[in-house]
Design a protein around this ligand. Structure first.
Ligand SMILES: CC[C@H](C(=O)O)C(=O)SCCNC(=O)CCNC(=O)[C@H](O)C(C)(C)COP(=O)(O)OP(=O)(O)OC[C@H]1O[C@@H](n2cnc3c(N)ncnc32)[C@H](O)[C@@H]1OP(=O)(O)O
Ligand SMILES: [Co+2]
Length: 133
């Protein structure tokens, strides 16, 4: 794992949270993007060589909706950048981690992504991201 690619934060309203984080950071998000497969709308703020990703649910069965219902707004996941996501899947499986989607799926910001079950990572939802060439 090369670096923290982004920190994902679950929010109720992307518009309200974009406004708050724009005040907090003193800059606008560089993009907003819907990811229908995850039933989320996202926005991204650059933070050094990492990013803050805000996530709003677009459906009741979105993972973000379930998280908000259970825990309210807050840090949802940490994403790490990897060079070879398939090699990382195999390595992490051999280390005993549970991969939630063994086939990488298309995430936001032009990435292939996989997630590790928080039960096997000390209670922190982990996402791995590889740039889509
Ligand atoms: C891909 C687009 C974008 C990107 O960056 O490109 C994204 O990041 S999309 C982000 C949203 N998508 C996901 O999170 C996909 C992976 N997540 C899942 O598959 C589920 O949310 C899962 C399996 C983590 C939890 O599923 P669910 O909520 O249905 O089950 P439970 O509520 O029973 O949770 C099981 C267990 O895990 C704990 N939990 C749930 N969410 C989190 C979390 N975000 N961080 C830490 N722990 C979490 C939950 O509390 C349960 O533990 P327990 O001790 O039994 O309470
Ligand atoms: Co993410």
């Amino acid at each position: 794992m090369k670096k923290i690619e982004h920190i994902g934060i679950a929010v109720k309203s992307l518009q309200d949270s974009n406004e708050m984080y724009t005040k907090l950071f003193g800059k606008q998000p560089y993009k907003t993007e819907a990811v229908a497969s995850e039933a989320v709308n996202t926005s991204f703020f650059e933070m050094g060589d990492s990013k803050i990703e805000l996530l709003e649910a677009t459906k009741e069965d979105s993972p973000i909706a379930k998280f908000l219902e259970k825990r309210g707004e807050g840090i949802h996941h940490i994403a790490y950048a990897v060079d070879d996501i398939k090699a990382e899947i195999n390595r992490l499986k051999s280390e005993g981690f549970t991969i939630l989607n063994e086939t990488p799926k298309k995430g936001a910001d032009n990435k292939w992504v996989v997630f590790l079950h928080p039960k096997t990572t000390g209670g922190v939802l982990i996402e791995l991201c590889q740039d889509i060439d």
